[in-house]
Design a protein around this ligand. Structure first.
Ligand SMILES: [Zn+2]
Ligand SMILES: [Zn+2]
Length: 246
């Protein structure tokens, strides 16, 4: 399995860090976690035709995680309709099904609407090659629709925190434990609080993404990594376009 962090920034894109999008490649198929604006071009730069994404999983409806979705779906409709990529299917998993009507209406203002498939991300996904489970977090409040995702190809398992609450207490350490790689956001909480809880984590590697402004420089990143240096696994910050093979 290969994972590419296409966009590793927070709510406001910066020169160095675009907003959220992560590409997963498994057995010749491509999947996306989150799809901020600019994802279409980031996919092309990674050598992936955007219309050929098999499934998109949105963690929550903040725009830095889904603003590129209408455009991605438009490209899929267009490439299927005009035979550039006629056999493709793209499944779209949403954290809140109300978003399906909104996205569809937006595309309908500008383009044909056909072949769209929306599913509730809370129910998870499996196609026999990749399975995905969704775990609610409290980024949007106690009953808000925001998820962490865990996915597996049957051999390797990946945990992806999504955006979390302001005290990091909803980082799902139980589900993250024993994963081959864990992606944790690094924006919404005091870093010392995260460092405290992450001391109990067991995994193959910890990667910070969704990197907040204060951590978008090598000095701050080195400081966080120093605070976690006692952990028995590697810790690093992601950057846009970085790949992780597991
Ligand atoms: Zn965010
Ligand atoms: Zn958010």
């Amino acid at each position: 399995m290969k994972i590419t962090t296409l966009g590793t920034g927070h709510g406001d894109a910066t020169i160095s860090n675009a907003s959220s999008a992560t590409l997963i490649e498994n057995q010749g198929k491509f999947y996306l976690i989150d799809c901020a604006d600019g994802t279409e071009q980031k996919l092309l730069q990674a050598g992936v035709e955007p219309s050929a994404i098999s499934a998109v999983f949105i963690t929550h409806t903040h725009l830095d995680h889904c603003s590129g979705l209408p455009n991605l779906l438009k490209r899929f409709i267009k490439f299927k309709r005009y035979g550039k990529n006629p056999d493709i299917e793209m499944k779209c998993f949403l954290p809140d099904m109300k978003a399906a009507d909104i996205i569809t209406a937006w595309i309908d203002l500008n383009y044909f609407v056909e072949n769209l498939q929306f599913f509730d991300a809370a129910n998870g996904f499996s196609n026999g090659e990749l399975t995905l489970q969704a775990f609610p977090n409290r980024h949007l409040g106690e009953n808000g629709k925001s998820f962490s995702y865990k996915f597996s190809d049957g051999i390797k398992t990946v945990f992806y925190s999504g955006d979390l609450s302001a005290d990091f207490s909803d980082f799902n350490i139980k589900e993250a434990n024993n994963c081959d790689i864990v992606f944790s956001e690094m924006t919404h909480f005091p870093v010392d609080r995260a460092v405290d809880l992450l001391k109990d984590l067991k995994c193959g590697k910890l990667v910070f993404n969704h990197i907040g402004g204060p951590y978008q420089n090598s000095e701050s990143q080195a400081n966080v990594i120093r605070k976690l240096s006692a952990l028995p696994f590697p810790v690093q910050f992601a950057a846009d376009g970085m790949t992780f093979e597991i």
